[in-house]
Design a protein around this ligand. Structure first.
Ligand SMILES: CC(C)(COP(=O)(O)OP(=O)(O)OC[C@H]1O[C@@H](n2cnc3c(N)ncnc32)[C@H](O)[C@@H]1OP(=O)(O)O)[C@@H](O)C(=O)NCCC(=O)NCCS
Length: 160
């Protein structure tokens, strides 16, 4: 697996990862209505690309295929963490989160926050995040899609 910075050429592949991760993996924990609101079929690719470029976005590649991505916003939020279901359970999320936390340490951020889905909650906890509480009224496109606030406190980077 390789990790590299997102480029606009990754827009379609990351959108596919997002779509399939939500529709196939997260659908275990959410209703069809919630899944459709979260990952509708008609997401505009240019707007998607602009959102990915607005954050520090990292992609994971296996055999030349983008299999996952994550990001860090300027205000130290890990906003996106999606791994294609065909690549699940192989440490892709762990590698992506490690990269995001390394970037946050480079920026001297003391804490990274995240919003974890029901599906991702166990992975976030396993990766060292603390879950602060549920957001039962979280809305996506007018549909309630509950998730969780989570955070991880970072130790300063060790000197070389
Ligand atoms: C959550 C998600 C990103 C995990 O990706 P992944 O690549 O399969 O995760 P990894 O293999 O890197 O696992 C990371 C750690 O979490 C653990 N883990 C992952 N899923 C778990 C689960 N459902 N229950 C318990 N532990 C879990 C793994 O065992 C691993 O720990 P370890 O390295 O100590 O063994 C992926 O399932 C996904 O995209 N889900 C759907 C979309 C979603 O909800 N995204 C989050 C939006 S906030």
């Amino acid at each position: 697996m390789q990790l590299r910075p997102y480029t606009p050429a990754d827009a379609e592949a990351t959108l596919r990862v997002f779509h399939d991760a939500v529709h196939r993996t997260a659908s275990i924990d959410y209703t069809p209505e919630q899944i459709t609101a979260w990952a509708p079929e008609d997401i505009d690719l240019a707007a998607w690309d602009a959102r990915r470029r607005a954050s520090w976005t990292v992609v994971a590649v296996i055999d030349g295929h983008v299999v996952g991505f994550s990001d860090l916003t300027d205000d130290a939020v890990l906003d996106m963490l999606f791994v294609h279901p065909d690549a699940a359970g192989r440490g892709v999320a762990r590698a992506l989160v490690d990269a995001v936390l390394a970037e946050a340490r480079c920026r001297s951020q003391p804490r990274v926050t995240a919003r974890a889905s029901r599906t991702a909650r166990p992975a976030f906890e396993r990766l060292g995040f603390t879950v602060d509480g549920e957001r039962p009224h979280n809305e996506v496109r007018g549909v309630v899609v509950p998730n969780f606030d989570a955070h991880i406190d970072l130790l300063p980077a060790a000197p070389d």
